[in-house]
Design a protein around this ligand. Structure first.
Ligand code: SAM
Length: 285
């Protein structure tokens, strides 16, 4: 990168870039495609607080990008120094470049390029109070992001993506997680691998289905065993193969004309019921 400039008061390895044609900026803009994210093992997340929280949680910031006019904002220089100390790069860019990277008119002043991190499903906890969300072929980035955020808020131990799911590291999903992507372990596996994982799971697999025979409020949620909470695809619901593998098929009773609930809403209801005994307003004032 030949536009590198190191100014007074800035940590080392800060490069100033104003041109959209710069190869580094082009590569970062390319992270809007899943193929490029996978090839680079990288994804984007926006917002100064989010980047700080992610660093605190042990995520690797490969590149920190901030708008030139944010240079003197409280905390930006400290954050840049932290990133450099951990071996990352720092780019000081024009607002035009930042807007092009995030594809927004009013972009956040700080953006991070992070290393993608999938969790090995065998490393997920299996304690008596563990609840993990399992999503069958989730397709909508907003749904997935909202579910990861809700899983975080409900104290779920992780989210397992089964089959052909939307990418949790797309910018739309990352935005919808509101930072919870960094706090909730996310694993992925094929349906076949999940059926074998489910056989080794020490507790119950509770599926949700529009034809489920069990009212979700009547399940003995407080019984001590680790739970997998399985949710179906937005348009097709659960395939028979997965539905048959469940210990319980639960239904959320409905009134009115709607055929079903939105996937993220149904997941939220199930999760907060499953975690009811483990949550108290005293613990999270
Ligand atoms: N047309 C789909 C079907 O026939 O299953 C609707 C799927 S619904 C939008 C997406 C998922 O949310 C379902 O597979 C199920 O996991 C969950 N869900 C939505 N409403 C539900 C309800 N009332 N009871 C149980 N699960 C529900």
């Amino acid at each position: 990168m030949n536009e590198a400039a190191k100014g007074p008061g800035r940590p080392g390895r800060v490069k100033e870039i104003t041109a959209l044609t710069n190869p580094t900026i082009k590569a970062i803009r390319g992270l809007d495609r899943k193929r490029n994210r996978e090839a680079e093992n990288s994804f984007l997340a926006e917002g100064q607080k989010l980047v700080i929280d992610a660093l605190d949680l042990g995520w690797t910031v490969k590149t920190l990008i901030y708008a030139k006019n944010a240079r003197d904002h409280a905390g930006v220089a400290d954050l840049a120094a932290r990133v450099v100390a951990r071996g990352g790069d720092v780019l000081e860019v024009s607002e035009k470049v930042l807007g092009a990277i995030t594809r927004r008119d009013n972009p956040q002043m700080v953006v991070g390029v992070f290393a993608i991190k999938w969790v090995n499903p065998d490393k997920l906890p299996r304690d008596d109070d563990t609840v993990c969300v399992v999503l069958d072929r989730v397709r909508d980035p907003g749904n997935l992001g909202t579910i990861i955020r809700t899983a975080d808020a409900a104290g779920a131990a992780g989210v397992i993506l089964v089959g052909d799911c939307v990418d949790p590291f797309s910018i739309e999903t990352v935005r919808a997680t509101m930072g919870s992507l960094f706090a909730v372990p996310v694993a992925r596996m094929s349906e076949e691998a999940f059926l074998s994982f489910r056989n080794d799971w020490p507790g119950k697999l509770i599926g949700t289905h529009l034809e489920g025979s069990v009212d979700y409020r009547t399940i003995g949620w407080a019984e001590s065993e680790p739970l997998l909470l399985l949710m179906g695809n937005e348009s097709q619901g659960l395939p028979d193969t997965l539905a048959k593998s469940c210990d319980i098929l639960a239904r959320i009773p409905q009134a009115g004309r709607a055929d079903s609930l939105n996937l993220a809403v149904a997941t939220g209801l199930m999760l907060f019921e499953a975690r009811r005994h483990g949550l108290s307003i005293e613990d999270h004032p």
